[in-house]
Ligand binder design. Structure first.
Ligand SMILES: [Zn+2]
Length: 164
C-alpha cells in the first residue's frame, strides 16, 4: 500500500486509541496522538528501499539493506510489534498505545495486498487475507477507494463524539 494509505490507517488507529482512553479530540494530547498515528502508520515500510520512510530514516533503511532485510518481513511481523510495544511501554499510555496501534495497522492492511506479509517472521511464508482477484494492489483504483473509506471513518469517529 502507498504511504498515504498507511497514514490514513494510522490516523484511524490513533483516533480509536484517543476514544478508548476518553481523551477529548479538541486537546493538544489528541492532536499529538493523531500526528503520531499518521507518522507511525507508514513506518514499517522503512524496509522498502526508495519509500518515503526509507528516505526520512536513511541510516536505518541503509542498515536494513546491509543486513538484507527484505520488504514485508521483520518490520511487518507480530514479533517485531511485540518488541516495539515493550520499547515504548515507558511512554505515557496515550502515546504508547497510539504508536503501537498505528504501527500495527500497517501489516494489518498490507494483508489485503496480493503479495501478503511475513506476519509470523522468522517463520517463512507470507500471509494474505484475500484471494488474488479481490486483493488490493498497491497504487491501484481499489487502493484509492480503500483510502477514501479510511478517511471517511477518520472523519466520522471524531464527529461521532460531538453530543448533538
Ligand atoms: Zn508495508
Amino acid at each position: 500500500m502507498l504511504q498515504k494509505t498507511h497514514s490514513a490507517a494510522g490516523l484511524v488507529a490513533a483516533e480509536m486509541v484517543v476514544m478508548h482512553l476518553d481523551v477529548p479530540f479538541l486537546s493538544w494530547e489528541a492532536a499529538g496522538a493523531l500526528l503520531l498515528g499518521c507518522l507511525a502508520g507508514p513506518l514499517a515500510d522503512v524496509d522498502k528501499q526508495g519509500s518515503t520512510m526509507a528516505k526520512i530514516l536513511f541510516p536505518l533503511s541503509a542498515l536494513l539493506r546491509i543486513i538484507k532485510v527484505r520488504h514485508r518481513t521483520v518490520t511487518h511481523s507480530l514479533l517485531f510489534i511485540a518488541a516495539l510495544s515493550a520499547a515504548v511501554a515507558p511512554l505515557p499510555a496515550l502515546y504508547a498505545w497510539t504508536f503501537v496501534a498505528a504501527y500495527a495497522s500497517h501489516p494489518l492492511i498490507d494483508l489485503l495486498n496480493e503479495k501478503g506479509v511475513q506476519l509470523l517472521w522468522p517463520l517463512k511464508g507470507k500471509i494474505r487475507l484475500l484471494p488474488a482477484f479481490l486483493a488490493v494492489d498497491t497504487g491501484a483504483a481499489e487502493e484509492t477507494v480503500f483510502r477514501w473509506l479510511l478517511l471517511a471513518v477518520g472523519l466520522y469517529l471524531p464527529l461521532s463524539t460531538i453530543p448533538f
